[in-house]
Design a protein around this ligand. Sequence first.
Ligand code: C2E
Ligand code: MG
Ligand code: MG
Ligand code: MG
Length: 290
Amino acid sequence: SRAGVGVYDPGLDARAQQQMQLVEDLHRLLAPGSPSAEELQVYFQPQVSLGTNTVIGAEALVRWHHPRLGVVEPLRFIDLVEQNGLMSRLTARVVHEAVAQCLRWQRAGHDLRVSVNLSAGCLVQPDLLEVLDDVLAGELPPQRMVLEMTETSLMLDPEVSMRTMRAIADRGFAISIDDYGTGYSSLSYLNDLPACELKIDRSFVRRLLDDERTRDIVIGTIELAHRLGMRIVAEGVEDQDTLQALHEIGCDEAQGYLHSRPLPLEQFAAWLERRTTGLSTFPAGPAARP
Ligand code: C2E
Ligand code: MG
Ligand code: MG
Ligand code: MG
């Protein structure tokens, strides 16, 4: 409960104390109208088409600039946000920023999609649809917003999650299956999901060149996705050879450090300008498919 937060018990180890401090900070940060909102920032990482070597989207990834701890990675605090009932508020903030930036890129002449991650808890709470209805009331066409969820996050309550997914798709938003290949979902799931995008997890992309079985799994996944009418995005592409191999086996898009790390919004906007005006060097696109 809120009341106990921040009361230090000398019996707790340092790590547990730090977790408690983070929870207290998160409550402060995500309180409605919190003045310390700048501590939470949304970074963007580009997604590049392998066919045209153009940027076609960006994923919003949250970063916490903690006053004492520096940058806290999402993996260190996303679960805390969820466990403390604060995820709706975090998601609302990220969606809001993602929409604002996507409109800004559009005004600068870049017609990009923007992707936002949804947690398991988001899919079983009504707040999410309210946030999305606010988006619908604004300027951004819903097809330009991609909502990413993992197979595992759908397992919390499959029936309710599926209903939420349908409600999202009915509103015209795009749905993406994130970290594909790491969950335990059955193939029948893929058939039921109103998803238009599948993101192959980094763990497969990393082993693509070294492991024949991984390569076969990725090839099979690409074929399956295409047959189901979905596009395929490879996550965690770090080198040109992997990019080339992905192109050769028919992958549609790549996202990874090869193109750019996730960037703060001003840096991302500048990166986009440099890339499209050709004032800087960028990794070459894959060579034409043999
Ligand atoms: P994700 O959605 O699978 O995001 C991709 C992660 O891979 C990001 O980590 C990104 O920085 C990292 N990445 C991208 N390219 C490369 C690469 O070439 N090499 C390597 N080694 N890593 C790469 P990040 O930003 O630390 O986020 C981790 C996870 O936290 C995300 O995984 C997502 O599940 C979650 N997350 C991030 N932002 C949000 C958010 O706003 N809401 C929710 N619910 N979850 C979020
Ligand atoms: Mg994601
Ligand atoms: Mg992912
Ligand atoms: Mg991931």
